[in-house]
Design a protein around this ligand. Structure first.
Ligand code: 5AD
Ligand code: SF4
Length: 457
């Protein structure tokens, strides 16, 4: 503990999307350079930090529950600080100052540079929200988690203001990291032995800097030696230019998988959401991508029960699942978010009906995913090994080029190896493989889990 004069220890827990995970890696780097060490157990820490998410109501409820638990540790020992970081901190900035005076620091997604100073200054709640100042953290080096994949934030914020989405409020306006800053990070993760980079941004394909677009960034990244796989999330359908589609199609290192958030397949609902495309325009983008990239895997996001969504609107989304045959889908019940435009729309779909619609979407997509996965049986795939699988014992897991989780016999395989395997069985979420021929990689740690958390776009 600090009172004993040793290094200060921080417990940092992350909620929400992959960008929050990447932000926590950045915070970890900032604090380490200021002499802080990490604590895995809140009981051992001098500072307890939650990096939070505001996207849906249940995301916030989890954080509120956790804050209550962490208060015990703060109350048990004098001097322990408790801080709220991320989107909830930023979105509820005013209310928090009144209602949670026991928070020592409240820091939004653009204030992490100042975190060491705020913690050292201890006193009244320290608040650092800083929106719209163009913060990109371009010069800061994150502490990347172990494993063969590194997440690199290339743009932050969002200018689109979809009516349901809270993100533009806590995360501010869109801004891109300069090309050289991104490439320096890619080179540094390649030197560490990692093989895959995933570019992150709320509308990642809106990245532009130095007169270049996102397709150029992918092409430049493909030239970095050591990097074998390039991915990105989450793109906005309207930002798929011909140049970007060509880069995905032509660069072998850019992996054949895109997340293409649809949100609804009904044109009136899309208009009310201000999604900036119609269902036909979305169809056309999907068609262009699939025509250009053979074997492309595609996932999507859909919201059930948006204000005004009729049974017929909902059926369009349900039918679109069949038509588009997505590899998988993230499916949500609409949840009104304070401060968004849709929060002022009258809710016309009650909770029970939202639940029924969500269930129907999930059931339909599960069948489609299972069919798609079964079609892969007896095919060969190349897997980048990440670490031990939870089960079966002795197996490892990794991702195929088209981003399916594959479980394979682990003998002789380590994180970072690329294994060529034949698929023997499938569930709606995983492929199971037999018959491994592998290539060894330099020694890398294993990541903690195979969970990927995705971003809005
Ligand atoms: N209610 C329900 N789902 C939402 N999403 C974003 N905001 C809301 C909301 N208010 C979903 C969108 C987005 C994904 C990350 O979360 O589908 O793409
Ligand atoms: Fe921006 Fe995506 Fe939210 Fe729309 S859904 S406002 S594009 S972050």
């Amino acid at each position: 503990m600090s009172s004993s004069g040793g290094p200060r220890r921080v417990f940092l827990e992350t909620y929400g999307c992959q960008m929050n995970v990447a932000d926590s890696e950045l915070i970890g780097g900032v604090l380490r350079r200021h002499g802080w060490t990490r604590a895995d157990d809140p009981a051992d820490a001098d500072v307890l930090l939650l990096n939070t998410c505001a996207i849906r109501e249940n995301a916030e409820e989890r954080v509120v529950g956790r804050l209550g638990e962490l208060m015990r540790f703060k109350n048990a020992r004098p001097g322990v600080q408790l801080g709220l970081l991320g989107c909830m901190a930023s979105h509820h900035r005013e209310a928090l100052l009144d209602r949670a005076p026991w928070l020592d620091v409240i820091v939004g997604p653009d204030g992490y540079r100042d975190l060491p100073r705020l913690l050292e200054e201890a006193g009244d709640p320290r608040i650092e929200i800083r929106l719209d100042r163009g913060e990109t953290y371009a010069d800061l080096v994150p502490d990347h988690a172990p494993g063969p994949r590194a997440w690199i934030t290339v743009m932050r914020g969002c200018d689109r203001f979809c009516t349901f989405c809270v993100v533009p409020d806590p995360r501010g306006r869109e801004r891109s990291l300069p090309l050289e800053a991104v490439l320096a990070q890619v080179e540094s993760v390649a030197e560490s032995g990692r093989r895959e980079v995933v570019f992150l941004g709320q509308t990642v394909n809106a990245w532009r800097a130095d007169g270049l677009g996102f397709g150029d960034l992918l092409r430049r990244t493909a030239r970095v030696e050591g990097i074998e796989r390039i991915r990105f999330t989450s793109p906005h359908p309207s930002d798929f230019t011909e140049a970007l589609i060509a880069a995905i199609a032509e660069e072998p290192k850019v992996m054949p998988y895109v997340h293409l958030p649809l949100q609804s397949a009904s044109d009136p609902v899309l208009a009310a959401m201000r999604r900036d495309y119609t269902s036909d325009q979305y169809r056309a983008i999907l068609g262009r991508l699939r025509a250009a990239v053979p074997g492309l895997a595609v996932s999507t996001d859909l919201i059930a029960g948006f204000p005004g969504e009729t049974e017929a609107d909902f059926q369009r989304s349900l039918d679109f699942l069949d038509e588009a045959a997505f590899d998988f889908a993230y499916l949500f019940k609409y949840s009104a978010r304070e401060g968004t435009r849709a929060a002022r729309f009258a809710e016309t779909v009650d909770e029970a009906e939202k639940g029924r619609r969500l269930r129907a979407l999930i059931d339909r997509q599960e069948e489609i995913s299972l069919d798609k996965h079964r079609a892969r049986i007896s095919q060969e795939v190349r897997v980048l090994v990440e670490g031990p699988a939870r089960r079966p014992v002795g197996c490892v897991f990794g991702k195929s080029e088209d981003f399916k989780t594959v479980i394979l016999p682990g003998e002789g395989l380590a994180p970072g190896d690329v294994a060529r395997v034949r698929i023997a069985a499938a569930t709606s979420h995983t492929l199971l493989a037999a018959g491994v021929t592998s290539r060894r990689a330099p020694s890398l740690g294993a990541p903690e889990a195979d969970e990927i958390r995705h971003l809005p776009a």
